[in-house]
Design a protein around this ligand. Structure first.
Ligand SMILES: [Ca+2]
Ligand SMILES: [Ca+2]
Length: 189
């Protein structure tokens, strides 16, 4: 089978986390982490890996077994977990050092059961606590289908980022078109 080596490789990468994850699965219905991403999230100059632990869903896929929360856990265990409530998973990425403090920020679209409208969350580590680097960015699936980048460094203004969000002109607007807007916002640090 073509996917066997990949599965085995994935196992090797996440093996140190498996016992922990399986304990979790037994008690809280958490799945084994299968997605990973890299960056220097605490600014110590060493690359860190992050792993997503998403909740297991029931047989209809309409509710969580246990709490509907997603955990992002790190290879460097001195970095605290990110715990995202009302979230059934996601694929976080490093979005680079947006606030120029030497750490990479993390962006993730918050998955939920329904709706094309989902917030994009951006986290930054401040005094070893995760905080939202910017307010949640409201996105519509149209902007994801069009590969719009939700956040990037504003090269013209230090400590600022350009965010791209979706907005509906309003419920009185007959054509119901959804636009992508851009603005520069200060990134918390
Ligand atoms: Ca690091
Ligand atoms: Ca940073």
């Amino acid at each position: 089978m073509l996917n066997q080596p990949i599965t085995f490789l994935t196992f090797l990468v996440i093996a140190p986390f498996l016992s922990l994850a399986q304990d979790k699965q037994n008690t809280t219905g958490k799945a084994i982490p299968v997605y990973s991403f890299k960056g220097d999230f605490n600014g110590d100059g060493k690359m860190d890996s992050g792993f997503v632990i998403a909740p297991l869903l029931d047989s209809e896929g309409m509710d969580c077994i246990g709490k509907c929360e997603t955990i992002i856990r790190f290879s460097d265990r001195s970095i605290p977990d990110i715990i995202i409530d009302k979230c059934i998973g996601g694929e976080p990425v490093s979005v680079g050092d947006l606030n120029a403090n030497g750490t990479d920020e993390i962006g993730m679209l918050k998955n939920w059961f329904t709706s094309c409208w989902s917030p994009y969350l951006v986290y930054t580590l401040v005094k070893n606590k995760w905080v939202l680097a910017v307010d949640p960015i409201i996105t519509h699936c149209n902007q994801w289908d069009a590969d719009v980048v939700p956040i990037e460094k504003d090269k013209t203004k230090k400590g600022y980022a350009l965010i791209r969000y979706s907005a509906s002109p309003g419920i009185n607007d007959d054509n119901g078109s959804i636009e992508v807007k851009v603005k520069s916002v200060r990134v918390r640090s």
